[in-house]
Design a binder for this molecule. Structure first.
Ligand SMILES: Nc1ncnc2c1ncn2[C@@H]1O[C@H](COP(=O)(O)OP(=O)(O)OP(=O)(O)O)[C@@H](O)[C@H]1O
Ligand SMILES: [Mg+2]
Length: 253
């Protein structure tokens, strides 16, 4: 086996107000894997993702990204490795126009201007958002903001793509395009989402978090067939695994 791209050992995090959001998670992720992080509201998904680019540091335990401990001295390298789409696009968009927001990261990498322009056009084209290039982010619709936020990360061409609720607010066509894009992406992908059909389409492996604990880690289909686990963790089967409410027909699962 390769060296894991991400390794967490007994990872725990307590917010300053005392909330124990993560209670000792241990797992590894290999380069190139597509892994889903699922769990009910408040389970700890976003808190875990924030650790992956050092927005927060573990209160206990150990976390490495690309073999490097997540600590201040390694943040520059880790943030080049990990591209993070935050749950709230307003945390990601802060420049006067969408194009400037998407260019910001590649410019900071020191890339030449023609390369930056090509990255911006490529990333905006990928999320079907070229027409938004000149608009101020605060004038965008919710789904448009999501597309712009995703483009800012794609433009960085990160080795590890981390997305927190990437399909939230997207229309069905945008959602399908994103699922296809993510399924084809060759690098490591980690998606926290309530969109369990997206998980079925993109992630062969799923981690289930419940109240800050890792309740399951295994093949996605096995996890979604485990009714007791889903009930304990306040989850439901993906729609595509539920019987049709109109005709009563069952799916192949
Ligand atoms: N800044 C904060 N200060 C204190 N507690 C927090 C803070 N942010 C989150 N929490 C708490 O930490 C726990 C985990 O929150 P987190 O945002 O990681 O959940 P989540 O799984 O991403 O939920 P959702 O599905 O709603 O996005 C929750 O109990 C939440 O109330
Ligand atoms: Mg969250």
């Amino acid at each position: 086996m390769n060296q894991p791209i991400i390794a967490a050992e007994d990872l725990a995090y307590r917010y300053p107000d005392g909330t124990e959001a993560l209670r000792g998670l241990t797992f590894t992720i290999q380069p190139g894997e597509a892994v889903a992080l699922v769990g009910a509201n408040g389970a700890g998904k976003s808190t875990l993702l924030h650790h992956l680019n050092g927005t927060v540091f573990p209160s206990r335990g150990r976390l490495t990204v690309g073999g490097l401990p997540v600590e201040t001295a390694n943040l520059k390298t880790i943030r080049r490795l990990v591209g993070m789409v935050f749950q709230d696009p307003d945390d990601q968009l802060f420049m006067p126009t969408v194009a400037e927001d998407v260019a910001f990261g590649p410019q900071n990498l020191g890339l030449d201007e023609p390369v930056v322009r090509a990255r911006v056009a490529g990333a905006l084209g990928t999320v079907d958002a070229l027409s938004l290039a000149g608009k101020p982010p605060y004038r965008l619709s919710a789904g448009e903001k999501r597309r712009a936020a995703i483009a800012t990360v794609l433009a960085m061409e990160p080795d590890v793509l981390v997305m927190d609720e990437p399909t939230s607010g997207l229309d069905p066509r945008g959602r399908r395009h994103l699922a296809q894009l993510l399924a084809a992406f060759g690098h490591t992908r980690i998606l926290a989402t309530h969109d369990l059909d997206l998980v079925l389409d993109v992630c062969p492996r799923t981690l289930v978090i419940h109240e800050g604990m890792l309740m399951a880690d295994g093949p996605t289909l096995e996890i979604f067939k485990d009714e007791a686990l889903l009930a304990t963790c306040r989850l439901e089967k993906p729609l595509s695994m539920q019987g049709c409410p109109v005709c009563g027909g069952n799916t192949p699962f």
